[in-house]
Design a protein around this ligand. Structure first.
Ligand code: URA
Length: 199
């Protein structure tokens, strides 16, 4: 198992609840994305979940509703969770690398992701999950290694300095485009379920 590290150079450690963190994040203008979106899509789920899922950034549906993963990819994610006996509000906390929708659904640029990551790092600390699933290459590259390839890294456990088990897998939107990714994602989530059930 590889040892991985994520940086945590931020000043948000004084914030001690997700509600407080949301209140601070909703007025964030650390990058230009906020000016072009409807609002911050902070994250949702069980604040004490043992499992955290991290995607790329809000799309049009998420931007409109202010909630993560509510469009087609989100519906598929809910089905994947259901297939391993889990439900987003009961068993997971869901967030994204960036909290504001990048225009035209493009991937966030490095400066946008870097500006936004402190919010995510503090979310991770406050939720304190035992398992994190990284959904797609944006999450993988921003949390683990900018040169990492999802095709190579998916399905293999990583572990953070603080002992969080991290499983990279394909983004559900990638499955919608390419059904051959269904099996590997199913296998990855079976590993997640097995790990989840260990406690
Ligand atoms: N894709 C993401 O990465 N995140 C969302 O919230 C929705 C779609």
């Amino acid at each position: 198992m590889n040892k991985v590290v994520y940086e945590n150079d931020h000043d948000l450690s004084v914030i001690n609840s997700l509600t407080e963190l949301y209140n601070a994040a909703k007025d964030c203008a650390r990058c230009g994305l906020r000016a072009g979106c409807s609002g911050v899509v902070f994250g949702e789920g069980n604040p004490e979940a043992r499992l955290m899922l991290i995607g790329e950034g809000p799309g049009a549906d998420e931007d409109r509703l202010g909630r993560p993963f509510v469009g087609k990819a989100g519906q598929l994610l809910d089905k994947i969770l259901a297939a391993i006996g889990l439900e987003r509000f009961a068993h997971a906390y869901i967030a994204n690398v960036v909290k504001c929708r990048p225009p035209g659904n493009r991937a966030p640029g490095p400066n946008e992701a870097d500006s936004c990551l402190p919010w995510l790092y503090r979310q991770i600390e406050l939720v304190s999950p035992r398992i994190i699933v990284l959904l797609g290459s944006t999450a993988l590259q921003n949390l683990i290694d900018p040169d990492a390839r999802i095709t190579v890294m998916r399905g293999k456990w990583l572990v953070s300095k603080s002992g969080i088990m991290i499983m990279p897998t394909y983004h559900p939107a990638a499955l919608l485009r390419d059904t051959s990714k269904k099996r590997p994602v199913w296998e990855d989530f079976q590993q997640v379920r097995d790990e989840y059930l260990k406690v």
